[in-house]
Design a binder for this molecule. Structure first.
Ligand SMILES: *Cc1c(COP(=O)(O)O)cnc(C)c1O
Ligand code: SF4
Length: 311
């Protein structure tokens, strides 16, 4: 079945590595993992739309809406639904009150969905965060420069970029672009990177290991170089989360380690992201590379000192 589908993708699409991120043969979905929320986000949500898992950082889900639906989305349980829409009169003030009441939160991340897909709400949230002195750094995670670069010409998105430019004079602003494959970095996407850079924001990237898409030394070397050369510094390379229904995309961890080890010998340090696994409970844990002897990747200790079995 899978072979037939792969053949179909290769015949129908000019770039099967991109097509595979959005299309999957339904009969191939494995459902081997137990949880749709292995990172336990829903249990770290003190108010609707805000995840407070790490003391000094909080993540706002601006909505569950996104310009595209990646089949490997870690939030596939929510994405594309209206359930996450934040209401101007209720959810946003609740979130801001929580952040003000917790001055230990110094770093706020706008996520979703894609915060730039709902620029109106994002603008409101940025205006509020700008005023909160205890918030020292603001980040936005987005894949819109890849999914819909043209939308950056709209007035609404331009007003978000203007807001970023204004905030960035007072506190560091980081745009985290989600990129999976070098072929996604089109001239149009590069033009958006330039537009984003003109705001003065720092551009970082995040990517996920995806089987049959980017679990390849040359593909990742090209990806990280292309990002670096276009002013985007690779920040995180994630192991795919163990979300039910995403089994299809999860790579062999030893193969990932071998690739990341080899890449470390080839790339500039700045072009090399931290390879991490986000575990159930608390922790984005750096994976030991192949330079060390006797590492055990089947077990790790999370940020709360809990033992986690990984495989
Ligand atoms: C990833 C994440 C963060 C940010 O983690 P960093 O390691 O600082 O990039 C914050 N909150 C939540 C809930 C996250 O998942
Ligand atoms: S862009 Fe991000 S939020 Fe949107 S579907 Fe893809 S992984 Fe999920």
């Amino acid at each position: 079945m899978q072979q037939k589908f792969t053949k179909y993708l290769e015949e129908q699409f000019s770039n099967p590595s991109i097509a595979k991120q959005y299309l999957i043969e339904e009969n191939d979905i494995l459902f081997r993992y137990e949880s749709l929320d292995p990172l336990c986000e829903d249990t770290h949500q003190p108010v609707k739309g805000l995840i407070h898992k790490y003391d000094n950082r909080a993540l706002i889900k601006v909505s569950y809406r996104c310009a595209a639906h990646c089949r490997f989305c870690t939030r596939i349980r929510q994405i594309g639904t209206a359930d996450g829409d934040l209401k101007e009169e209720a959810s946003i003030p609740n979130i801001m009150n929580y952040i003000k009441a917790h001055p230990e939160i110094t770093d706020v991340i706008l996520s979703g969905g894609d915060p730039l897909y709902t620029p109106k709400q994002t603008l409101l949230i940025l205006e509020e965060l700008e005023q909160i002195d205890s918030v020292k750094v603001i980040r936005i995670g987005t894949r819109l420069p890849i999914h819909n670069p043209k939308s950056f010409d709209t007035l609404l998105l331009k007003s978000v970029l203007d807001k970023i430019a204004a905030i960035q004079k007072k506190k560091p602003f980081i745009v985290l672009v989600h990129v999976e494959h070098p072929d996604e970095i089109t001239p149009e996407a590069i033009a958006v990177f330039q537009q984003l850079k003109q705001t003065g924001a720092t551009l970082l990237s995040q990517s996920v290991f995806l089987k049959g898409i980017n679990n390849d030394l040359q593909v990742l070397k090209t990806l990280f170089e292309k990002l670096y050369w276009n002013g985007v510094m690779p920040y995180y390379m994630y192991r795919c989360d163990y979300v039910q229904g995403l089994e299809h995309y999860v790579c062999d961890m030893n193969e990932e380690i071998a690739i990341m080890t080899e890449l470390r010998t080839m790339l500039s340090g700045i072009a090399y992201p931290t390879y991490i696994v986000d575990v159930e409970g608390k922790g984005k844990i750096p994976v030991p590379l192949g330079f060390w002897e006797h590492t055990d990747i089947t077990n790790c200790t999370d940020f709360d000192n809990n033992k986690i079995s990984l495989l």
